[in-house]
Design a protein around this ligand. Structure first.
Ligand code: KIV
Length: 295
């Protein structure tokens, strides 16, 4: 790809909450991507994105579960720590996994604190309105920035009738709007809108002062987020309609491993340039010594 303006690592300042708010004020689109390990974090850093989410989508993209529901807090913390080691400038958000925050405010605060203390995240994200609004309030009051996530919330997809767009009737759209306003009112610094009709997202945006990051919510949001493996074509599972592909890396990965396998089988690899040498005299002395060893 040519003519891409990639900010050099050294010239970029770490992204802060005031910087994100300022971007919204100026109408500058906010770029968010998920990451789950050191290499994906390094790619996000080098590409100059604003926000990185250690999403519970990692349950599927890197851990191989068939939904986000089974992933544990400890599993996500391992991923978040690796991402932290690879990032310097983007604002880092950790995703609270299903079952790690719903039971009580105390549980929600304790889980959020682990993302901050152990993994070095800057903020956490939780799904849904309803009872999650109170959990968001509690975490914010404990001094941890919270990003809300409404619309299609994969952790509760079964209750929503499956992985489908939300807010497609006036009643359901009003529920989305109420959740958005409630999460803003308890102090969320930002929201994710997932799989919401563009017209609904645009109207709710008019009532929001905090930055909204969309995924399948149309162009009116303040920014966009995509799952790293969807945007680069690494994941071979279902890819949602809203995920645009900017690469086909899985094809390259399979082709690379297949070439390697073929060269090992044909003897073409390793070649002399992949091999260490030893001085001839040393080799002869070694051979003589080896002959003297019994067994
Ligand atoms: O887990 C995730 O990747 C997410 C994004 C889709 C926002 O929640």
């Amino acid at each position: 790809m040519k003519n891409l303006q990639i900010p050099s690592d050294a010239s970029r300042l770490p992204v802060t909450l005031p910087a994100l708010a300022e971007k919204k004020r100026l109408g500058e689109p906010i770029v968010m991507v998920t990451a789950y390990d050191y290499p994906s974090a390094r790619a996000a850093e080098a590409a100059g994105v604003d926000l990185v989410l250690v999403g519970d989508s990692g349950a599927m993209t890197v851990l191989g579960y068939d939904s986000t529901v089974p992933v544990t807090l400890d599993e996500l913390l391992v991923l978040a720590k690796a991402v932290r080691r690879g990032l310097r400038t983007p604002f880092l958000v950790g995703d609270l996994p299903f079952g790690s925050y719903e039971a009580s405010d105390e549980q929600a605060i304790a889980t959020a604190q682990r993302f901050i203390k152990e993994a070095g995240c800057d903020a956490v994200k939780l799904e849904r309105g309803g009872s999650s609004v109170q959990r968001a309030r509690a975490i914010v009051e404990a001094g941890i920035p919270v990003m809300g996530h409404i619309g299609l919330t994969p952790q509760t997809a079964t209750a929503l009738g499956g992985y489908r767009a939300q807010g497609r009737t006036a009643e359901r759209a009003l529920a989305v709007a109420r959740d958005a306003l409630a999460l803003q009112a308890v102090g969320c610094f930002s929201l994710v809108f997932e799989a919401i009709p563009a017209g609904v997202a645009a109207r709710v945006m008019e009532r929001l002062e905090i930055p909204v990051i969309g995924i399948g919510a149309g162009p009116a949001t303040d920014g966009q987020v995509l799952v790293f493996h969807d945007l680069l074509g690494i994941y071979d599972g279902h890819v949602p309609r809203f995920a645009k592909r900017y690469g086909e890396l899985r094809e390259q990965m399979v082709a690379g491993v297949a070439s390697y396998a073929s060269e090992v089988r044909s003897g073409a690899f390793p070649a002399p340039e992949h091999t260490y040498s030893i001085d001839e005299d040393e080799l002869r002395a070694f051979e003589a010594g080896l002959d003297a060893i019994e067994g």
